[in-house]
Design a protein around this ligand. Sequence first.
Ligand SMILES: C[C@H](O)[C@@H](O)CC(=O)C(=O)O
Ligand SMILES: [Mg+2]
Length: 438
Amino acid sequence: MDPTLTITDCKVVDLRFPTSEEAHGSDAMHSDPDYSAAYVVLTTNQSDLTGFGLTFTLGRGTDLCVGAIEQLAEKIVGKQLSTLVESFSETVHQLANDSQLRWLGPEKGVVHLATAALLNAVWDLWARAEGKPLWKLVCDLTPEELLRCINFSYLSNALTKEQALEILQANEATKAVREAELLETGFPAYTTSAGWLGYSDDLIRRLCREALADGWEHFKLKVGANLEDDRRRAAIIREVIGPDRKLMVDANQRWEVAEAIEWVKSLAEFNLWWVEEPTSPDDAVGHAEIARAIAPIGVATGEQCQNRVMFKQLLQLNAISFCQIDSCRIGSVNEILGVLLMAKRFGVPVCPHAGGVGLCEYVNHLVMIDYIAVGASLENRVAEFVDHLHEHFVYPVEVKRGHYMPPQAPGYSAEIHTASLDDYRYPDGVEWQKRLSK
Ligand SMILES: C[C@H](O)[C@@H](O)CC(=O)C(=O)O
Ligand SMILES: [Mg+2]
């Protein structure tokens, strides 16, 4: 990398898509989700090198994230990329520990979403500068180089640096075999696109049939608002997909602990693989209680797990059978790597969350990293796929017969077409002006 490559400016765009108009993305807690992003563009002193990153939000929340990113950007603007990434854990520390902004977290909520957006853009810039897709950049680092990127703070009672190094070193010799396998067959995925809460029974039936024809083997249904509706909708999906394909349900935090146990038992006859976000994402002990009561149905969570410390507790308490990292909620690849390593140590498969805009583009890289360099297994692993808004990305995900194919373009795949920014920037984009002027 050119050591003089310097970040000269950070622009942030409030980008919102009116997905709620057709109930795309709807669940028991988010009835009108407008999939949105606080979108970051890092310009540099080289006109052909720009870094793009985002954090996923919903509608009005985007504005708050934009403000937080603008506040944090001063930590990286004016800095040389080589300095930022050579001591990446120091860069992360600087972002997470601004002595005034950390009061709003620390490392949770809006400020942490902002950290994710900025670091995602820095990783994108690094991968572009090296001319590699992000997953390849990360997998080509030596275990020692990778270790320098990871945010290990507060993890030492579950994962030490020495244990992490041991995991990474053990995978070194066989990385090339797994990479070749992914290039050939891709990483298994599941679809949520047929099961949003606001979809009618007929639409669910039709979308499930179409997904089956496209080769999908795993399906997720939104539940939690009304038990009789859930039973009817689960019966429809089970009938269409047959007895053996995997079916998961997602309650998006709707229930009390006892209610979750009772509700899931009432759906158990539909042969569920996991129940996702049964209760508050902060209730690690509650998740453990639910997990014990509903086994062998697994508990999955993570999309609103605020940081690696919460993941640590969920793993230490045997509260989850599936670890759902989110590419934009926690502090980018630096924090995600620590969670992947903890999940490996605790023997819990990582099945990333991707219901949002840009999240599929991101998890595509993350599952490649996990399989090649960390988890090194495909057992019980599936990454989420939702079929919305990919047309806005310059390098959209490629999915074949229910598998994510490895991205080939340099970077972390979050660059958005200029025309899409002009149409969906809030509130002055063409599509919003049409709606707001009605
Ligand atoms: C509001 C989002 O669409 C949410 O429902 C996504 C989600 O829970 C998932 O994809 O899982
Ligand atoms: Mg979910």
